[in-house]
Design a protein around this ligand. Structure first.
Ligand SMILES: Nc1nc2c(ncn2[C@@H]2O[C@H](COP(=O)(O)OP(=O)(O)OP(=O)(O)O)[C@@H](O)[C@H]2O)c(=O)[nH]1
Ligand SMILES: [Mg+2]
Length: 230
């Protein structure tokens, strides 16, 4: 039997936003009872049917690299960022700061090479990038119970890269149940990651610089730069 190809998807965001809870829900279709703080990185794998239900259907392993969000480990976690085929940016809907910090997470991933300066967000440094991205807001149940804590508009970073966005409660299996719009978006995202790595001309050629405005107009739902595909 032929080996099953795989892709690596990073799950990043501030400590406590629910990355481990999300990864568990994606892989096991049920919530995790008591997640521990992630020290370093934890890897879980999901078997995903690429283009399910079509003649191109094919199984792939999606490795979810759940990166611990504790800031004290910032300097050492770049070892987990190469290669990166997709990025899930996670924020807590009751914590606006965690949403703003997604820019820093993206900068940290994309600037991991030594030549880059600092990890402050600068949209222009992401020009020409093409790694598929998905933005996930967690703790929707808590946000609905305390609307004053939740954000009033959709996530800026998702708008900026025209990425899909999902808001959910990681403690409820039904929020990612097969057939729901959330599950469809998630599946579409994994398809995009696989497409980018295995079926796109971009995967074998350096990305061509394009302006952020053109990317927005084209609705390109992904980002990449400095990242090597393998
Ligand atoms: N109510 C509610 N609680 C959640 C949700 N997602 C996560 N939690 C809780 O939030 C806490 C932190 O969740 P984790 O999944 O460990 O967070 P993390 O992002 O992996 O944190 P680090 O490993 O420190 O980076 C746990 O008590 C979870 O049960 C959610 O959608 N709703
Ligand atoms: Mg964790």
């Amino acid at each position: 039997m032929a080996a099953i190809d795989k892709v690596r998807v990073l799950i990043v965001g501030d400590s406590g936003v629910g990355k481990t809870s999300l990864a568990h829900l994606i892989c096991y279709n049920e919530p995790i009872a008591n997640p521990y703080w992630t020290i370093g990185c934890s890897v879980q794998t999901k078997l995903h049917e690429y283009k399910a239900g079509t003649p191109s259907e094919k199984p792939f392993f999606v490795e979810l690299w759940d990166i611990g969000g504790w800031s004290a480990h910032r300097n050492s976690r770049s070892i987990f960022y190469n290669p990166t085929h997709g990025i899930i940016l996670v924020h807590d809907l009751t914590n606006r700061k965690s949403q703003q910090n997604l820019h820093k997470w993206l900068a940290e991933i994309l600037n991991r090479d030594e030549s880059s300066a600092g990890n402050e967000y600068d949209p222009e440094q992401f020009v020409g990038t093409s790694i598929p991205m998905l933005v996930i807001g967690t703790k929707m149940n808590l946000a609905q119970a305390a609307p004053e804590l939740s954000r009033r508009r959709s996530s800026t970073i998702a708008e900026e890269c025209a990425a899909d966005e999902i808001n959910l409660d990681c403690t409820q299996a039904k929020h990612l149940a097969p057939g729901t719009s959330n599950a469809v978006k998630m599946s579409r995202f994994f398809d995009k990651v696989i497409e980018r790595k295995y079926y796109s001309r971009e995967s074998s050629q350096p990305s061509t610089p394009v302006s952020m405005e053109r990317r927005r107009q084209a609705g390109a739902g992904h980002f990449t730069k400095f990242l090597h595909m393998s």
